[in-house]
Write a protein that binds this ligand. Sequence first.
Ligand SMILES: [Zn+2]
Length: 236
Amino acid sequence: MDGSIIMAKHALNAPPRRLAEGVYMVGGPDLSDPRDCLCYLVQGPEARVLVDCGAGPSAARILDLVQEAAGQPPSHLLLTHAHIDHAGGVAELVRLCGCQVLIHRDDAQTLAQGDPLRSAAQWYGLKLEPVRADVVLGQRHQLDLGQGLKLNILHTPGHTPGSVSAWCQAEEQKVLFGQDIHGPFSPTFGSDILLWRQSMQELLALNCDILAEGHYGVFRPAAEVAGFIHKQLGLH
Ligand SMILES: [Zn+2]
C-alpha cells in the first residue's frame, strides 16, 4: 500500500466542509468517491437542499455527510444536470431518505431514461438508474428554506440543454452553485456554446461572493468568481 492510498482512505473520513453560513461541501473526490463531482448542501430551518449527489456508489456516504452537517437528511435534491457524476446517486438517495428530486425539463428525460450517452454514464463505466423527478424546472424556480433563506435556481444551458445554476444569500455572502460551468462541451451531451456564453453573462451579472464549482473547487471573493468565469469564456 503506498502513501497515496493511505491518504485517500484518511480523507474519506473527513467531515463536511463549511463554506458559509448554512452552506457545506458534502461530497467530492476527497470526501466521498473519486468519480463524484463536488456536492453541496444548503441548510435552512425548514428545508435542506443537496446540490448534486455524486456518481452513485457513494450515495450513503454523502447522506452521512449531510446528516453530519445538518443533523437531518436532505429534504430536496437539486440536480444541476443529468450527468452521472452529478446525478448517479439519485435513485439510492431517494430510497434512503425520500428526498424530492428537482431537475430542469431539458435534462429530465436523460434522467428518466437513464440514457448512457447523454448522461456520460458510459464514459464512467457506470449505469444511471432511471428516476422520474418530482419537480421539473423551467426558466426560474425558487425554493423557500425558511426564515427568509431562498435558493434561487436559474436555467443556464450550454454544457447540457437542461443545466441549471443556483444561488443563495448566506448572511453576508452571496453563494453561487455553478456546477460544470467550465464545460466540457460535446454534441453527445447536446452542448451549445452560444447558449453557454449567454448563461455565463447571466452568472457574471449576479456578482456572487463565492462560487461553488462542480470540479474546480470553491472560489472567493467576488473578483475570483468573476475571474474564473471570464477565464472559461476566454477558453471557448
Ligand atoms: Zn457535466
